[in-house]
Design a protein around this ligand. Sequence first.
Ligand code: ADP
Ligand code: MG
Length: 691
Amino acid sequence: MRPEILFPLYAPVTSLKGVGPRVAPLLERLAGPIVRDVLFLRLHSIVLRTPAVLSAALDGQIMTFEVTVEAHERPRSNAQPWRMRVSDPTGYMTLVFFGRFGDGLEKRHPVGAKRIISGKVEDQKFGRQMVHPDYMVEPGKADEIPELEPIYPATEGLPARRVRTFVLEALERAPELPEWQDAAWLARERFPAWRAALARLHAPEGEADLSPLAPHMRRLAFDELLAHQLAMAQRRAERRREPGARIEASRTADDIRADLPFAFTGAQERALADIRRDLVAGERMSRLIQGDVGSGKTVVAMCAMADVAAGGGQAALMAPTEILARQHYETIAAPLSDHGIGVILLTGRDKGAARAEKLRALASGAVQVAVGTHALFQDDVAFHRLQMAVIDEQHRFGVAERQRLQAKGEAVHLLAMSATPIPRTLELTVFGDLDVSRIDEKPPGRTPVATRAVPSARIEEVEARLREAVAGGAQAFWICPLVSESEIIDLKAAEVRAAELRERIGPGVGLVHGKMTPQAKDAVMADFADGKLTVLVATTVVEVGVNVPNATIMVIEHSERFGLAQLHQLRGRVGRGRRESACVLLYDAPLSETAQKRLDILRRTDDGFLIAETDLELRGGGDALGLRQSGFPAYVFVDPIVHRDLIAAAGDDARMIMDRDPALASPRGQALQVLQELFDWKANMALKTAG
Ligand code: ADP
Ligand code: MG
C-alpha cells in the first residue's frame, strides 16, 4: 500500500496549476504521468543573468544588459513587429516584439527610460537584436530577474519556462519525508536531506551545482540506487526463503569430470564450488555464471546437472536457438550417458511419435537431463522431478518463459549463464538479485585472435587474403551489420557482398540474415558448422555461442558502428581451436579519436570484462542506449560512471538492511518503504525480473 505522505506526488500532472488537456500530454511526454515525474525532471542547463555591456554581446547567448530606450519604431502593418531601439555607452541593439501592442509598449518603456533586459542575442543581417526579452524591468526592480536560472528540457508547444513553473509547483507539493539514510553515512557524505536536495536541484546556486558530483546530486543518486538495491535484495531473500531440494555433490559428477580430456580452470572450479554450496544449502539457488563465450560455462553446468541426476532429480538446459541447443547436447550427452545419465534433446523439430517418446521418458523419469529450446516449456512437457533449470543466454528469454520452465517442478534451482560481459562496477545494478560466479579465465591452449583494423578502402586485399586462407582449408565469418535506416538496403548490401565473395572465393559462401525463418537460418548455420560452407556472410549478429572450431577468420564491416562488447563477442566466435585465428575490423576512414581508442582496446586485450569496463569509460555515461542494451536500468539520477562508488555502497547497505530488518519494520525500515515507493522499484522490478 502506498504511504499517504506520498499521495500529493502520485497525483496526475493535470493536478498542477495550468496543466490542462492541451499541456498534459506534452508534459507527460517530457516527464511522466504523475507529479513525482515532474519533480524528478533534470535541468538541461542554467543561465547566468549577470549584466554585461552591449559591446560584449554574443550571437546566440542568453545575456543581460542595462540599456536606455532610444526610439520606438511602430509596425507599418499587422504583419510587422514592433521594434525598439536601445543603447548603452558601448553600443546599440533592437528589441523586437510580435503581436499587437498598441501604444502599451511605448507607455511602459518611454524614450529615455533605463531598463534591464535579459534574453537571447541574435545577430541579424540588419543588426543585433533580441526578440521578446525574457525580462525587461526598471533598474530598481533588478531583483525580479533571477541571477541564475535553471533551464528545463522543452518540447514543441511547451517552452522551458512553463516547464519550470510546473516543476516549482511540484516542488512546493513535495513533503518533507522521514530520513531513510543511515545518519552516520549522511554525515560522512555531507548529504543534504531529501527535500533539500531536490530544492537545490531546482534552484542551483552555481554551475558546480549541476555537476553529478555535487552533494545533493549524489544524494539523489544514492537514494535511487538504494531503492533499487533494496528491491533486489528483497527478491533474493524471498527466493531463499523458499526451501529448495538439498542436492549433494556426487561421485558421478566427479567421475565425469575426471574423464574429460582436460582439467578445469581455477575459475571453473570456483564456479562449480559456488553452485554446490548453493545446492546443499536447502534454499533455492539463483546463480548466474558469467563468462566469455568458450570460457567453459556449459561443462560446469553439466557437472551440476550430474549432481542433480545422481540425487534422483532432473535438470533442464534451455538455449535460445536450436543450433545452440544441439551444440550443448553434443557437448554433454556423451559424458553424462557414459555414466548412466539419460539425456534427450527436445526442440521444435521433434514431432509426432518421436516427440511423444521423449515426453514419456521425461514424465516417467527414465531420462534425467533435457536439453532444448522453447520446446522445453510447452504445456504438454512434464517432468518427473525437475529440480534445476539451466538457462543459457538468459536475457534472451522473457521472464514468463523462464517461469514456465521453472514451474514444471517445485522450487526449481535456477542456474543462468551469460556471455554478455557486464563491467564489474555495474554488475550489481544488472544482476543484483542473483549470486554471480565469474569465469574470468580461459581454458589453456587457446591462441589469441590476431586483431587488425583495416580501412574499408582496402577491402580487396582482405578478400584476396581470405581466398588464400579458404583455399588452405579455413572457414570465415563475414559480418555486414545493419547500418542504414532501411533493412532492405542493408540486406541488399549483404547480398551484394555474398555474391561478390562467391565470385572471388568460390561457391561455398552462405548468407544468413534477420529476415529468414529460424529454420532456414539454422539450416545455413548447420551447413557452415558441418563445413559444407566455407564463408558465412551474416547481417545480424551470428548467434552468440555457436561453436565452429574450424572457423578461424572473422571479418567485420563497419566495425566502428558496433559496441566494443559486441565486437568482442563476435570475435569470440573464432579462435576456438588451436589454429591461429584472425579478426579483421573494417572501418570507414577517418576514425574519430574515441573510435580509434575503442578499436585499440580490442587489439590489446581479450578479456571481456576488461573490454566492457573500458568501453563504459570511453563512452562515458551518455550512451544510455548502449547501456540499456546490456541490461542497465533506466535510472533518473544515477550516472553509471560518476556514481560507480555509490553503486557498491548501496549494494552493501541494502544487504545489511535485509540482514538486520528484513521486514522493514524499524523506523528506518518504514522510511525505506517510502523510498521504495517513491522510486517504484518494487512494482517495476517485480514485473521485470521475478522468477
Ligand atoms: P561456454 O559455455 O562458456 O561457451 P563451453 O563449456 O561450451 O563454453 O566450452 C567451450 C569448449 O571448451 C568446449 O569444447 C569445452 O569442451 C572446452 N573446454 C571447457 N573447459 C575447458 C578446459 N578447462 N580446458 C580445455 N577445454 C575446455
Ligand atoms: Mg556457451
